[in-house]
Design a protein around this ligand. Structure first.
Ligand code: SF4
Length: 254
């Protein structure tokens, strides 16, 4: 049984060696380096989860949301060089929370928040994903993925949202009528309406990619624009090429 997540497929697609390090050799915990943007993203997600699911509707306001962020931040504050750097990222996080609170409908109680979901496709394949939020309107679902990066990319890849839509439709037997990326830094929501044909096409693509992974023998390193944030650069067989990647960490869209 192959357990496929969208992230797993994405890692294999960008660098098979990195995939091997994480999913075959189990080296993620050994080489993990904490980074400010991951810490910020984790804390924003955790704060929004509680804000929309634990805090009663009448108490949802900016002060409470900021308090929640600070509570979550105390539990997880790794990856900063010093307190100045931590402050900079903390302020960015407060702003993203403010964007959310000041523009979103806070009276909604989501159907699901921040949890793992899976569905078995056949005897050889299960899809799984950690889904940020799902709203249920009448008997239709709206899946939302929060992006805590700074840029809305020019081209949006729908794979992640369609991947989640397949899981949700099969698991809850309800149609996903809307799927959205919410870019919190720019406070922009990009919506899609997944059609059955989109999901069928996505499932075929997933199966094809899984076949490619299962047939892989060499797991070669493939330097790409994310090498500067790869935890395995120290053991990478193409370390020199990887280090030459022009894109710097600060230019990454998250
Ligand atoms: S540094 Fe780049 S090429 Fe090397 S393993 Fe990481 S992602 Fe792959």
């Amino acid at each position: 049984m192959f357990k496929a997540s969208q992230y797993k497929l994405q890692i294999f697609d960008s660098c098979p060696f990195q995939y091997k390090c994480i999913y075959i050799d189990g080296l993620a915990d050994v080489y993990r380096q904490h980074r400010p943007y991951f810490t910020m993203g984790d804390n924003i997600h955790a704060a929004l989860k509680d804000f929309m699911s634990v805090i009663p509707v009448q108490n949802r306001n900016l002060k409470i949301a900021h308090q929640l962020l600070r509570t979550k931040w105390r539990r997880m504050r790794k990856g900063f060089k010093d307190s100045e750097e931590e402050k900079k990222w903390g302020q960015k996080a407060l702003l993203q929370i403010e964007n959310f609170v000041c523009t979103q409908d806070l009276s909604i109680t989501p159907f699901l928040v921040e949890d793992y979901h899976d569905t078995q496709i056949d005897q050889d394949l299960t899809l799984l994903g950690r889904i940020d939020r799902v709203d249920k309107i009448k008997n239709e679902l709206h899946v939302i993925d929060y992006k805590t990066g700074k840029l809305v990319p020019e081209e949006i890849n729908t794979l992640q949202l369609f991947f989640y839509s397949i899981i949700l439709e099969r698991k809850f037997r309800l149609p996903v009528k809307r799927a959205s990326f919410h870019f919190l830094a720019e406070n922009k929501i990009i919506d899609f309406e997944p059609k059955s044909a989109d999901l069928e096409k996505t499932l075929l693509k997933i199966k094809k990619e899984v076949k490619r992974i299962l047939a892989e023998k060499t797991f070669e390193a493939s330097p790409n624009k994310y090498c500067s944030t790869c935890d395995f650069i120290g053991i990478c067989p193409k370390k020199d090429l990887a280090q030459n990647q022009k894109q710097k960490e600060n230019d990454l869209p998250f």
